[in-house]
Design a protein around this ligand. Structure first.
Ligand SMILES: [Zn+2]
Length: 273
């Protein structure tokens, strides 16, 4: 069993991180992929990966960082990309779900979109240059993301493809990503009773699916609204087994194999720097 998207360096785990990890290994966790959404988080992930050969890191800048990111941040990301234990770039992507004061301000939206595009593009280029897969955050922006992925693929980049994390889009959007060679990853959101999303889970072939928690966020039912943790990825696997009417073991095993196919998890052989 592999949770392909956790944020265990989040401060919500500061008091009991060791016990949280212990519960994951006890529940059958084989490998844990810890995701970087900011520079400090990416750096912490690299440090944590050094402590346990079963823990790997990604390094990236979330689209929400786009308006405040500095050139020096991207320089750091370039350095992080070659560190031991780092197996992917992300989470990176586009998020057009506007909230707060930006929501009613077309000028700000335009500015945010441009900044997000630039940040996403640079990370796609970084992944290509380092021959790493990408972990893509895609919210309310599937057309724009698919177009950018296509562009980079046509240029010969993104050879390792990657995964569309926390997928909540439509059947057609899932198909577009699959045709581009990407995997689709599901969180606890699939346990919330969204019938359309359940149809998408049924339709995507198990050999293209990853499971994830996105903890501490998105706890699956019946823990909804509480702090999520890697051990709960089993609940996501159970829901997929139920929806596809197949054995839980099959889901756990195949999704772990898919994760190994994308991320390799061999990078601890690189020296830790
Ligand atoms: Zn995340």
């Amino acid at each position: 069993m592999i949770d392909t998207h956790a944020h265990v360096m989040d401060k919500q785990f500061d008091a009991d991180r060791e016990q949280v990890l212990r519960r994951y290994w006890d529940a059958g966790g084989e490998v844990l992929l810890n995701i970087g959404a900011t520079i400090p988080e990416s750096e912490k992930n690299i440090v944590l990966a050094r402590t346990d050969k079963r823990i790997f890191a990604t390094v990236g800048l979330h689209p929400h960082e786009a308006l405040t990111v500095h050139d020096t941040d991207f320089k750091k990301l370039e350095q992080f990309a070659v560190r031991g234990g780092v197996v992917a770039i992300g989470e990176c992507g586009l998020d057009y779900f506007w909230r707060g004061e930006i929501k009613d301000n077309p000028r700000m939206i335009k500015k945010a979109k441009e900044a997000q595009h630039q940040l996403f593009e640079s990370q796609l280029a970084l992944a290509s240059a380092n021959d790493l897969p990408v972990v893509v955050h895609a919210r309310a922006a599937h057309d724009a993301i698919a177009a950018l992925l296509k562009q980079h693929l046509e240029k010969g980049g993104l050879k390792k493809r990657g995964v569309i994390h926390c997928f909540t889009g439509t059947q057609e959007e899932a198909q577009t990503y699959l045709q581009l060679g990407f995997f689709i990853s599901f969180t606890g959101i699939i346990t919330f009773g969204d019938v359309k999303l359940e149809e998408v889970v049924r339709a995507v072939a198990l050999k293209k699916i990853c499971i994830e928690t996105d903890c501490p966020y998105l706890a699956p039912a019946p823990h909804r609204g509480k702090r999520n943790e890697p051990a709960h990825v089993l609940t996501v696997a159970k829901k997929i087994a139920e929806l596809k009417n197949i054995a839980l073991d099959q889901v756990v095993e195949q999704t772990a194999n898919n994760a190994r196919e994308i991320f390799l998890f061999s990078d601890h052989q690189k020296p830790h720097r």
